[in-house]
Design a protein around this ligand. Structure first.
Ligand code: AMP
Length: 277
C-alpha cells in the first residue's frame, strides 16, 4: 500500500495509474462502515485511493474538531487488509495554505435538516470534496448513505460543476444492535451506548408503520419523537420526513421519503436515517 502526504506526492502516484481510479474520502478512525466503501471501490475500480483528513472547515467552533478521534496506525492496518492501493493523508496546511479564501456552496439542498443546525458545515464539506476531486481526479467516488444529506449535496455539486465522476452511495453499516456505525460512537459511555440504540429503534418502528400502509409524515415523525422521548439519555434535535431528492419536508408520502434525525446522547450528536421506498 502506497502513501502520500503532499499534493505533489499524490499527483506523482496518480500520473502513473492506468485504469479506473476510485476515491473514498474519510476523516479516519475507520470502522466497518468506511471499509464497506473501500470494498465496494475495490470491487469496481483498478486503483483505490482513500483520503484521511479531518477537515477543519466543516466543524463549527462549538463542535468537536479538537477531540475528534484519530488512530492513523489502526486505519492503515484496516486499509491495507481491505486492499487499498494508496492512502492520502494531507495536513491542514496542505489543504488550506495561508491566504486560502475559495469556497464551494450548494444553495438549497444545504438549508434543511443538518443545515438548520450546522449552517457552515456543508460549505466545508463541498469545498474539501471538490479539492480532493481536483487533486485525485477519480472516475468513481464512494460515499455512505449514513450521511444522506451530504450524499445529496455532493451529487448536486458533481452535476453542477461537471465533475466527470460517477458517485456511488453505499448502504448504512450497523452494529449488531442496529446502531449506525460512526467514529463518534467512541465518545459514548456504556450507558449512553445502550441509549443510542433509540435512534434505529425509532426509525425502524416508523418504517414498520410505513410498511403497514401509513403515509402521513406527521404520524411517522410523532411516532419517532415519542420513542426517542422514552429514553431519558436521549434528546431529539430534529426528525424529518423529506422528499429524497429535494430534501423538502413532505406531508403525505407519495413516492418514497427520507426519514432522518439528529439526537444528542449526552454531548454526543448522532445522526441516522432510513429510506422509505
Ligand atoms: P467520515 O469519516 O465520517 O467523514 O465518513 C466517511 C465516509 O464514510 C462518508 O461517506 C460516510 O457517509 C461513510 N460512512 C460513515 N459511517 C458509515 C456507515 N455506518 N455505513 C456506511 N457508510 C458510512
Amino acid at each position: 500500500m502506497n502513501t502520500a502526504t503532499t499534493i505533489e506526492e499524490l499527483r506523482n502516484e496518480r500520473n502513473q495509474i492506468k485504469g479506473i481510479v476510485g476515491l473514498v474520502p474519510t476523516m479516519g478512525y475507520l470502522h466497518p462502515g468506511h471499509i464497506s466503501l473501500v470494498e465496494k471501490a475495490r470491487s469496481e475500480c483498478d486503483y483505490v485511493i482513500v483520503s484521511i483528513f479531518v477537515n477543519p472547515t466543516q466543524f463549527a467552533p462549538s463542535e468537536d474538531l479538537s477531540s475528534y478521534p484519530r488512530d492513523l496506525q489502526q486505519d492503515f492496518k484496516y486499509l491495507e487488509e481491505a486492499g487499498t492501493d494508496l492512502v492520502w493523508t494531507p495536513t491542514d496546511q496542505i489543504m488550506y495554505p495561508h491566504g486560502y479564501q475559495t469556497w464551494i456552496t450548494v444553495d438549497q439542498l444545504t438549508q434543511p435538516l443538518e443545515g438548520q443546525f450546522r449552517p457552515e458545515h456543508f460549505r466545508g464539506v463541498t469545498t474539501i470534496v471538490a479539492k480532493l476531486f481536483n487533486v485525485v481526479q477519480p472516475q468513481c467516488a464512494y460515499f455512505g448513505q449514513k450521511d444522506a444529506q451530504q450524499a445529496a449535496v455532493i451529487q448536486r455539486m458533481i452535476i453542477d460543476l461537471d465533475f466527470p465522476i460517477n458517485m456511488v452511495v453505499c448502504p448504512i453499516i450497523r452494529e449488531a444492535d442496529n446502531l449506525a456505525m460512526s467514529s463518534r460512537n467512541a465518545y459514548l459511555s456504556d450507558a449512553q451506548r445502550k441509549a443510542a440504540t433509540i435512534l434505529s429503534k425509532s426509525l425502524f418502528a416508523a418504517h414498520r408503520l410505513y410498511e403497514e400502509g401509513e403515509r402521513n409524515a406527521t404520524v411517522l415523525k410523532e411516532s419517532i419523537s415519542q420513542i426517542v422521548q422514552s429514553e431519558p439519555l436521549a434528546n431529539l434535535q430534529y426528525v424529518s420526513c423529506a422528499d429524497p431528492l429535494s430534501l423538502q419536508e413532505v406531508d403525505k408520502i407519495t413516492s418514497g421519503a427520507l426519514l432522518s434525525m439528529a439526537v444528542y446522547i449526552g454531548k454526543t450528536r448522532l445522526i441516522d436515517n432510513i429510506l422509505l421506498k
